[in-house]
Design a protein around this ligand. Structure first.
Ligand SMILES: *[C@@H]1O[C@H](CO)[C@@H](O)[C@H](O)[C@H]1NC(C)=O
Ligand SMILES: *[C@@H]1O[C@H](CO)[C@@H](O)[C@H](O)[C@H]1NC(C)=O
Ligand SMILES: *[C@@H]1O[C@H](CO)[C@@H](O)[C@H](O)[C@H]1NC(C)=O
Length: 352
């Protein structure tokens, strides 16, 4: 090894020493939590609840403005059979593909939350020994029309815009589906630069799954709010850490301190265990209303208990329906706003 070879080794070692000390950064190349980004992504998670497909698809719904203005919808997927919804598009200001999920609306929110107590770890996550997940959450993403629709649209987005980041988001059960999607993009489709941010999501797997998840999707944030019940479910049994559900890192717990007019919102960045006892686990999960608003944004459908679909005939031209009545609405962005990322052109290494 020549003189410069040794120099490289010394520099590398000192970089390792520095990165070891900065424990609040993951892998050193991105901040662990970005409040501005959370404010934007929570609006996408809110919009995906809208049931008027025309307004959602044309991005004119009453939740389709504010920080999400100018969003270029690529694909809206409605699994009518299982009452699920997701969309994929490009946020010009983030220069990223955004994928947002809505879970089922079939039952009342109370019933849905009560059922969470009894969800079993009943499926071995494929390709990962010891990693167990809940079959229902897994198949809502993996075994419905949602997955092919989302993958196809992400692929199309990357073709149009280059290898830009993919930000996956969702609230509640939509957060569980978003998590499976982010992992799927990384593990099965070798997508690069995948980020996940969910709001009030339930636990989806055991400790082995959580650790596998964090290795593959290190840029993952689970925002929890005050006493929101759902992140406490299915339960974590401290006495059987190997046998129960276990959240993946990293939680950011949002809560208020103070009284009256002097109320401050704290966003606590939790440890990398996934189950930081000083975050949402330090309080009881007793609130449904804390589940339904994050950062003051409404996260629920206008009506529960119906899988209502509203669509006008003039967007029917964009839609394709399968034998079971599931819908995919697909469009290409208007050319005037098309902004291909020229630096990454031709050097994309991911399979998508
Ligand atoms: C946080 O996210 C916003 C929106 O994507 C971005 O403009 C900003 O640069 C980010 N901040 C940091 C510190 O990365
Ligand atoms: C996928 O769904 C079909 C019907 O919707 C069902 O018959 C099949 O068992 C499911 N597969 C898995 C692995 O859940
Ligand atoms: C839908 O497609 C039909 C036939 O292809 C066309 O005549 C009609 O103008 C289209 N409608 C809209 C709103 O684009």
């Amino acid at each position: 090894m020549g003189r410069f070879g040794w120099l490289k080794v010394v520099i590398l070692l000192s970089m390792l020493a520095v990165s070891g000390a900065r424990e609040l950064k993951v892998k050193d190349d991105f901040p662990i939590y970005n409040h501005t980004l959370a404010m934007i992504l929570v609006e996408y998670s809110s919009a995906v609840y809208m049931s008027d497909l025309t307004e959602l698809f044309t991005w004119t719904c009453n939740r389709c403005d504010g920080l999400t203005e100018g969003f270029e919808m690529l694909e809206l997927i409605v699994d009518v059979q299982h009452c699920l919804q997701a969309f994929v598009g490009v946020a010009q200001d983030l220069n990223a593909i955004v994928v947002a999920f809505r879970g089922t609306q079939e039952h009342s929110i109370q019933n849905w939350i009560e059922d969470l107590f009894w969800k079993q770890l009943d499926l071995n996550y494929p390709g990962m020994p010891d990693a167990m997940v809940h079959h229902g959450f897994y198949s809502a993403y993996h075994n419905t029309t949602i997955r092919p629709g989302v993958l196809n649209a992400v692929k199309r987005g990357k073709k149009l815009y280059g290898d830009i980041p993919v930000m996956v988001t969702g609230h509640s059960m939509g957060g569980a589906m978003a998590s499976f999607c982010a992992l799927d993009l990384v593990v099965n489709h070798r997508a690069e630069n995948v980020q996940l941010m969910t709001f009030g999501q339930p636990r989806i797997g055991n400790a082995a799954f959580a650790s596998y998840f964090s290795q593959n999707v290190p840029n993952a944030i689970r925002v929890t709010h005050e006493h929101d019940m759902v992140p406490h479910l299915p339960p974590y049994y401290t006495h059987f850490p190997q046998k129960t559900y276990h959240h993946f890192a990293r939680e950011v717990w949002v809560y208020n301190i103070g009284l009256g007019s002097l109320v401050y919102t704290v966003e606590k960045i939790c440890d990398n265990s996934g189950e930081d006892p000083s975050c949402s686990r330090s309080v009881s999960g007793s609130s449904i209303s804390d589940h339904l608003t994050y950062f003051g944004v409404d996260l629920m459908a206008e009506t529960w208990g119906s899988c209502r679909i509203v669509m006008s005939s003039h967007i029917a031209n964009y839609s394709a329906t399968d034998l079971r009545g599931n819908l995919v609405l697909s469009r290409n962005p208007t050319s005037s706003t098309l902004r291909r990322n020229s630096q990454t052109k031709g050097q994309s290494s991911s399979v998508l």
